[in-house]
Ligand binder design. Structure first.
Ligand code: AMP
Ligand code: ZN
Length: 469
């Protein structure tokens, strides 16, 4: 398995610390609202990563937190508490809000075939662990008390920006909403470990601590919850790219100061889903949810396929136009698979060859789009239907697109369509290869050949689509 590691900014061979188990940690949702389909892009791609690791034979233990306290509307410790904002909006208690949106999150995950992590831990379960870690950070001189709050002192580290480049402007891209200055901080990048005095007198969730009644900062929860379940050495940590700074940068600072050694080896970050006005975010108000897609008649798995057709390290722009074309392709693909006849003997040798090829493709920094192309290759392979079905089912352990659950529709046009589609897809691939080799004459002649048949190609950021005139 090769994976792009944000820490080294290189694609690297994945080598877990122990042969026995891969420790994988995922930043979970802040449960003050529904997850939008942008958040879910991150969880879909992290799900594929986990399943690919399992497919390659690794025994994965995956842990996820649920942020139900401490996440303020700016990631840099300012603004309103998100949970409180949700409770006010709906006239409910914070705990009611947390329960409702945690359930909604897992219901969305189920619809998208996202496996629930082995351990899911809400932050409010771990207050004693947070207090323990903060106390040690104070004892070791990495933290200080100011204005009643406890802060992490980033100047005490030799290298604070291990994960991100030291470029303020670039870093602030990840920081959401307003950024007011906190006069208690000794250094601009210091962050809160424990709030006692804050501007939220109405903070509903408060706990006793050696520093007074208060509540934890957001970053400490992931350092604590991950080490509680996965120990002091972590293989793999995931999140969306907005988590790189400050959240993951601060997690590294706390954990490495606490343990006194390097903590996590691989950092996996999923690029954002954008809409026309930019990054999709919960604070913007008008965001897309799985329920909304369902109301519009889409099978949520079509959205999963939409995500898998693009590389996780590229921004992805959502459009109904592209989603419609994915939905049509998905329907045809499942129809073709449903028509396969499962009688006959499976060619296990061929299946093993395909499995190896799939690992080379998808295990190469999660090239999921080529993984889907391999399904089409299997359909064209020179073997019997039972073998094809066996291989596709096997690939679907990773892709999780319900590829073999479709029903046969005896629509003759479907088979004509699928031949046509196969031809177009082949031509699109050939053209992409030609363009990559800078053979623009061939690329143009393929475009012209298709245009002569009334098939017009359109190059979008998500790849090439087509329209039949
Ligand atoms: P939150 O619920 O805001 O804590 O975010 C949950 C996860 O979604 C985090 O890993 C974020 O990095 C990720 N995320 C937030 N917005 C987007 C987006 N527009 N596209 C992809 N991932 C996102
Ligand atoms: Zn986190």
């Amino acid at each position: 398995m090769k994976i792009y590691n944000t820490l080294t900014k290189k694609k690297e061979e994945f080598k877990p610390i122990s042969e026995k188990q891969v420790g994988m940690y995922t930043c979970g949702p802040t449960v003050y609202h529904y997850a939008h389909i942008g958040n879910l892009r991150s969880y879909i791609m992290e799900d594929v990563l986990e399943k690919e690791l399992r497919y390659e034979g690794y025994n994965v233990k995956r842990v996820m937190n649920i942020t139900d306290v401490g996440h303020l509307s700016s990631d840099a410790d300012t603004g309103e508490d998100k949970m409180l904002k949700g409770a006010k909006r709906e006239n409910k208690t914070v705990m009611e809000i947390a329960k409702f949106y945690t359930d909604a999150f897992f219901s969305d995950c189920e619809k998208l075939n996202i496996k629930t992590p082995d351990v899911v831990e809400p932050a409010t379960n771990c207050i004693d662990e947070f207090i323990g870690m903060i106390s040690t950070l104070l004892e070791k001189g990495y933290a200080y008390i100011a204005g009643g709050n406890v802060y992490f002192d980033t100047s005490k580290l030799k290298e604070y920006y291990t994960l991100s480049s030291h470029n303020e402007e670039e870093l602030m891209v990840g920081v959401r909403d307003d950024v007011d200055e906190d006069k208690n901080k000794r250094n601009k990048t210091d962050f809160v470990l424990w709030f006692t005095k804050s501007k939220f007198d109405n903070q509903e969730l408060k706990w006793d601590s050696p520093w007074g009644v208060g509540y934890p900062g957001w970053h400490i929860e992931c350092s604590c919850i991950s080490s509680k379940h996965l120990g002091e050495y972590l293989d793999l940590h995931c999140g969306g790219i907005d988590n790189i700074f400050p959240h993951h940068t601060n997690e590294i600072a706390q954990s490495e100061a606490y343990f006194g050694h390097k903590w996590c080896n691989y950092w996996f970050h999923v690029h954002h889903l954008n809409d026309k006005s930019g990054k999709m975010s919960k604070s913007k108000g008008d965001f897309l949810t799985v329920s909304l897609l369902e109301q519009k008649g889409y099978d949520p798995i079509v959205y999963r396929m939409f995500c898998l057709q693009s590389h996780y390290r590229k921004p992805l722009e959502f459009s109904y136009e592209v989603l419609d074309s994915v939905a049509a392709g998905y329907k045809k693909l499942r129809n073709r698979i449903a028509k396969l006849d499962n009688s006959g003997e499976t060619d296990r040798n061929l299946a093993a060859e395909y499995k190896q090829k799939f690992i080379e493709v998808v295990g190469n920094d999660l090239n999921t789009a080529s993984g889907i192309t391999m399904v089409y290759d299997v359909l064209k392979a020179d073997t019997n239907d039972a073998t094809k079905l066996f291989i596709i089912k096997d690939f679907d352990d990773v892709l999780s697109l319900n590829l073999t659950d479709g029903e046969v529709t005896e629509d003759m046009s479907a088979s004509v369509d699928s031949d046509m589609e196969e031809y177009i897809m082949e031509m699109i691939e050939k053209r992409a290869r030609a363009k990559k080799d800078r053979d623009f004459a061939t690329a143009d002649s393929i475009r012209d050949e298709l245009a002569a048949k009334g098939i017009v190609l359109k190059d979008t950021r998500e790849g090439t689509t087509y329209e039949i005139k």
